[in-house]
Design a protein around this ligand. Structure first.
Ligand SMILES: Nc1ncnc2c1ncn2[C@@H]1O[C@H](COP(=O)(O)OP(=O)(O)OP(=O)(O)O)[C@@H](O)[C@H]1O
Length: 352
């Protein structure tokens, strides 16, 4: 039966990627909690530098060893080692890494977009939030981590592929957003059927081998639902602030609550709820019709003890206004303005 000591032992053997000392040596295993009945383990680790590709790789290894020790799900939080510990071990880093440790922290805010089920508009929301944050002057990256149902390139009207320069993948830039999608690496729209380690490698590559440059926000479009794939990805991505997308129907909100619960279980925090397809407004009378019901967003926000960041009505973008990107709303489109307000609320909440 898995217990705290076993977790401390297996994780303690892994090395801090910058200091090349084991986490046991650096006192990097801050806390461990085990819920035996759910076979769930939460760990809090301290390493030399957080929110880096190296953290991502370590995160994969942590998930691997804890699962090998008998856990079914894992939540990981990282924090930075205190300066005294860094000073003590810096001699073990290479010259370049020591320099790197001195540089200002690569302080990216990870925001993941989740939903309880498919088709509620999670990818549309991811794309438009990313574009709106960029319009507000932020440096934004977008990872289409909906690995089996990637749609971001099509939604943004991206036709080119990323180029490789000096062994680094240069993301495609569109509307000021740097985009990486599984769709760039799969031929002829073939379905992707990997799980576990392969999935981890792909995600790792998205973080490690992509030349993101400096970023304020990295938006992750997660796979829908609360199944194994969504759980795998939740465990493998760095701890993030999560936005849960739902439609207004009470049942949809009920399902979305499970996605929120999964986020919390895997140590992500919840930033808020977006209610999509909230109503249809008649162009002729201005009357609102609540086609998919009412109240789901508010109810979900209450249940997750968070706030409703905004409500997005039904409506299509005007393609010609957005350079033929089928799902991007122009800045002056009413829905584009709503996205701008939500993006501003996210900036305020994350103080970026
Ligand atoms: N507010 C909206 N008004 C009208 N159509 C919308 C709206 N939001 C999304 N859609 C449309 O609904 C469909 C589903 O949206 P989207 O692909 O973003 O959902 P999803 O939750 O990401 O689905 P999946 O996870 O299954 O890929 C798309 O055709 C999209 O254009």
């Amino acid at each position: 039966m898995i217990n705290e000591q076993i977790v401390r032992d297996v994780v303690g053997e892994l090395k801090d990627p910058f200091l090349h000392r084991t986490l046991a040596e650096t006192d990097g295993v801050i806390s461990v909690s085990v819920k035996p009945e759910k076979k769930h383990v939460s760990v809090k680790l301290a390493i030399a530098k957080v929110n880096t590709a190296e953290q991502m790789s370590l995160q994969m290894k942590v998930v691997e060893v804890i699962k090998a020790a008998g856990a079914e799900s894992v939540g990981i939080r990282f924090e930075q080692l205190p300066p005294t510990a860094l000073e003590k071990f810096r001699g073990t880093a290479t010259e370049a890494e020591a320099q790197d440790l001195l540089s200002p922290l690569n302080n990216i805010e990870f925001i993941s977009i989740a939903s309880g089920k498919g088709g509620v508009g999670k990818s549309t929301v991811s794309v438009n939030l990313a574009v709106s944050l960029a319009r507000l002057g932020k440096k934004v990256g977008l990872i289409d981590a909906d690995i089996y149902g990637f749609s971001v390139p099509d939604m943004m009207g991206i036709t080119e592929l990323p180029v490789i320069k000096e062994n680094r993948i240069i993301p495609v830039e569109r509307f000021g957003v740097k985009v990486i999608s599984m769709g760039f690496f799969v031929e002829d729209n073939a379905p992707v059927v990997w799980r576990g380690p392969m999935l981890g490698k792909v995600l790792d590559q998205f973080f490690r081998d992509v030349d993101w440059g400096p970023l304020d926000y990295l938006i992750l479009d997660l796979p829908p639902g609360t199944g194994d794939v969504a759980l795998d990805i939740h465990q493998m991505i760095p701890s993030s602030k999560e936005v849960v997308v739902t439609t207004p129907h009470p049942t949809a909100a009920f399902v979305a609550a499970r996605a929120g619960a999964m986020a919390l279980q895997t140590d992500h925090s919840i930033l808020g709820v977006i209610e999509n397809m909230a109503w249809f407004e008649s162009k002729t009378t201005g009357e609102k019709e609540y086609v998919f019901g009412q109240g789901g967003g508010t109810r979900l926000a209450e249940e997750l003890r968070t706030e409703l960041l905004g409500q997005i009505p039904l409506g299509q973008p005007d393609w010609s206004e957005t350079d033929f990107a089928p799902s991007v709303y122009a800045q002056d489109h009413p829905i584009g303005q709503t996205y701008a307000e939500i993006a501003q609320a996210i900036i305020d909440k994350t103080q970026k």
